[in-house]
Design a protein around this ligand. Structure first.
Ligand SMILES: NC(=O)c1ccc[n+]([C@@H]2O[C@H](COP(=O)([O-])OP(=O)(O)OC[C@H]3O[C@@H](n4cnc5c(N)ncnc54)[C@H](O)[C@@H]3O)[C@@H](O)[C@H]2O)c1
Length: 340
């Protein structure tokens, strides 16, 4: 069976996902696209795909079996609710939504529908290195995890488009999600410390040092630097009771020349996580073909939204900000260890 896909939002990641859905993966066909910028939709549309004037028309079209949302975060809720209303599986890029109330509305709609339809784009859970790290922790040979050191460095972010809240709204959600998944625990509180501001980012508040307090007592520290110039660098190291497990350095040629001995660093997320994005879609396509979703859920998107909100409060207060979660609906009761 070929799953017929409609893509909403044909910017940077929308175009990259259209490429993988048309040129890399099998069992799918991109039959429809939409973007508020119709010329961008037209230039991104694969041959034969229909360009829809509105997301609603695309979602409701009989030609579309499942939807990929790559629009901006504030547009996600309306588009997700429409997908749920017509019972179509939907892959939604992170962030799921941009407020707790919005996440609750999406969750209530999906729970009311009675079956998972939403997968959130937390691709690190599909990365082979993160999966090996998780297998080590779950294997139990190192004892209980006590601390996780997570590093998230971008070479640069688009000047003018990026605001000081975005490292916490848009970037921290990845580290929060992967911490919840690796440690199989929820985040109960967030602190943020602001080191001296980097001159690389102009007026942007950067970097951030974040502490995530897990409900079970483990602590995660996250460095977020979004203008570090040298490359896109993602690291993670887990300190457990009787040992340490770290993400490996990615295999890359070792170059020796007059400048010394060095290895290349990815320039951005497309390069570093290329196989993870492919794998998250492979697994999504199978689930979407069965009319459902797998991997990171609306619950996970909701949890990440609460962390982003708490982190922004923590910047303002300078204190530990607690997180209170609603009861977890049975629809999402699968343990995080099983989810991807
Ligand atoms: N998983 C990841 O690693 C990752 C990486 C990059 C971006 N993202 C997420 O993907 C989303 C898009 O990011 P991007 O970098 O491609 O941004 P972008 O600005 O390059 O593209 C977004 C596109 O969505 C369109 N759009 C916005 N609102 C819309 C609406 N209501 N209806 C239809 N189209 C609309 C815009 O016109 C634009 O073409 C964001 O939520 C971002 O956080 C995730």
């Amino acid at each position: 069976m070929t799953v017929r896909i409609g893509v909403i939002g044909t910017g940077m990641i929308g175009q990259d996902h259209i490429r993988r859905l048309t040129k890399v993966l099998s069992g799918v066909d991109v039959v429809a696209v939409n973007d508020i910028d119709s010329s961008r939709a037209a230039s991104a549309a694969p041959a034969g795909a229909e360009i829809f004037d509105t997301p609603q028309e695309l979602i409701r079209s009989d030609k579309v079996d499942a939807i990929v949302i790559c629009s901006w975060g504030p547009a996600h809720e309306e588009q997700l609710l429409e997908c749920i209303a017509v019972g179509k599986p939907v892959f939604c890029e992170k962030p799921l939504v941009t407020s707790e109330a919005s996440a609750m509305r999406v969750m209530e709609a999906e729970v009311g529908y009675g079956r998972r339809l939403v997968q959130v784009g937390f691709m690190r859970r599909f990365d082979a290195d993160y999966r090996r790290l998780k297998a080590v922790v779950d294997g139990g040979t190192l004892g209980a995890p006590l601390m996780f050191h997570s590093v998230h460095r971008n070479a640069s972010v688009p000047a003018g488009l990026y605001t000081s809240d975005m490292p916490l709204n848009d970037t921290l959600v990845h580290d929060a999600d992967v911490s919840r998944w690796l440690l199989d625990d929820e985040i109960a509180g967030v602190e943020v410390r602001l080191p001296r501001r980097s001159r690389q980012g102009g007026e942007l508040r950067d970097p951030h040092f974040v502490l995530l307090h897990m409900a079970g007592g483990a602590i995660v520290d996250v460095e977020i630097s979004v203008n570090i110039a040298y490359g896109y660098d993602i690291r993670g190291e887990l300190s457990c009771e009787t040992g340490v497990a770290a993400l490996p350095n990615r295999p890359s040629p070792v170059v020796s020349d007059a400048s010394g001995i060095r290895q290349f660093i990815p320039t951005d997320w497309r390069e570093r996580f290329i196989e993870a994005y492919d794998q998250e879609f492979r697994e999504w396509i199978v689930a979407a073909g069965d009319g459902t979703a797998t991997g990171p859920s609306t619950w996970d998107g909701y949890a990440a939204t609460l962390v982003a909100d708490a982190a922004l409060r923590a910047v303002a207060s300078g204190k530990l900000e607690a997180i209170t979660m609603r009861d977890k609906p049975a629809l999402y009761s699968q343990s995080m260890a099983q989810a991807a």
